[in-house]
Design a protein around this ligand. Structure first.
Ligand code: SAM
Ligand code: SF4
Length: 321
């Protein structure tokens, strides 16, 4: 079968699909307080268009689809999209802020979803409000517990920021004592409108050291193409992961393609180079040559940027992480 292979020999079989630019939170590391200018509905993929693009990727060897956003669960036809994807020959995964998970449990079960990543940057209600500019910590925690009880493979994503939440590293590591979840610490990355500065970014090595002062950290197995380095605290059922996109990039094994809600694809999270699939699809053109060209144009590392502090001209909420 024809696969999507770039000029560095990387096979691209993992599609991350942003369902919407909208979000019910306003995390300050992700988007400005006022939100982002939203595209008119006519410029966004309909259910049929989205499925048509995803099906094309499945024919080209995509084996894993992650649903993300914005907050994917705020999209009105999200239930229908999950159910349709459940019929595709792909491993399904979801990244969510967790607020609406309780309304989707039946759908998740029906579509065979197993992998759910929930973003959670603090265990303190007031701080949750400061970071997300909204309320809801207790709902998110309840939903995480429900997912764990129901047997989902749950990962918690914490964006680590100096003087914002770095005093909670050990508290988060402690979650792996009680729950069989993977707690992932993510280095803070620069994006349009997110007030990034290098002082706020805490490198992976610092994160490891802070936790290792309290608990022995054993190196654990990583999967191929994993962006995460895994560790375990002996005797704890959960795992710890550290995602070092900034200090120790992992581009060598990248297998990811990103499809945005407006039908644009990005061949790298950092890429300025975008390919519109929606207009040609609406014009009845074959989108496969564009899909292939986009993969061939992929750079070796970080979209060819020299300085990691350069910001891609989009906020994270439009790309989906
Ligand atoms: N709304 C969903 C959520 O929050 O999980 C999905 C979209 S969100 C953009 C996807 C992931 O990107 C989240 O785990 C979030 O923490 C992460 N993220 C957003 N901005 C980031 C930044 N500046 N640096 C590192 N990770 C970031
Ligand atoms: Fe919304 Fe997720 Fe961005 Fe937070 S990180 S503002 S929940 S898209």
């Amino acid at each position: 079968m024809a696969q999507l292979i770039d000029t560095y020999g990387r096979v691209h079989d993992y599609l991350r699909v942003s369902l919407t630019e909208r979000c019910n939170l306003r995390c300050h590391y992700c988007m400005p307080e006022s939100g982002i200018p939203l595209l008119p509905k006519k410029d966004l993929c309909t259910y049929e268009e989205l499925l048509s693009i995803i099906d094309r990727y499945c024919k080209l060897g995509v084996r894993k689809v992650r649903i993300t956003g914005g907050e994917p669960l705020v999209r009105k036809d999200a239930h229908k999209i999950f159910l349709a994807l459940g019929e595709r020959p792909v491993e399904l995964a979801l990244t969510t802020n967790g607020l609406l998970v309780d309304r989707f449990l039946e759908t998740f079960e029906a579509c065979g979803l197993k992998n759910v990543n929930v973003s959670l940057d603090t265990l303190q209600p007031e701080r949750f409000h400061r970071i997300t500019r909204r309320q809801g910590l207790e709902t998110v925690l309840q939903n995480i517990r429900q997912l764990v009880d129901d047997g989902y493979r749950v990962k918690l994503n914490m964006v680590v920021m100096r003087n914002v939440n770095d005093d909670e590293l050990v508290d988060f590591a402690e979650l792996t004592r009680k729950m069989p979840v993977t707690v992932r610490f993510i280095e803070f990355m620069p994006f349009d409108g997110n007030r990034w500065d290098s002082d706020k970014m805490l490198p992976a090595e610092h994160i490891r050291n802070v936790i290792a002062e309290k608990h022995p950290l054993l190196r654990d197995i990583d999967n191929p193409n994993d962006t995460t380095r895994h560790y375990r605290i002996p005797g704890f059922p959960g795992r710890i992961g550290i995602i070092s996109s900034m200090s120790e990039p992992f581009c060598g094994s990248c297998n990811r393609i990103r499809l945005l809600a407006n039908g644009v694809i990005k061949n790298c999270l950092y890429s300025e180079n975008e390919t519109d699939l929606l207009t040609p699809l609406r014009n009845g053109e074959d989108i496969e040559p564009l899909i292939r060209q986009s993969i061939l144009e992929k750079n070796k590392q970080h979209a060819g940027m020299n300085e990691l502090s350069e910001k891609p001209g989009r906020s994270m909420t439009t790309i989906g992480g």
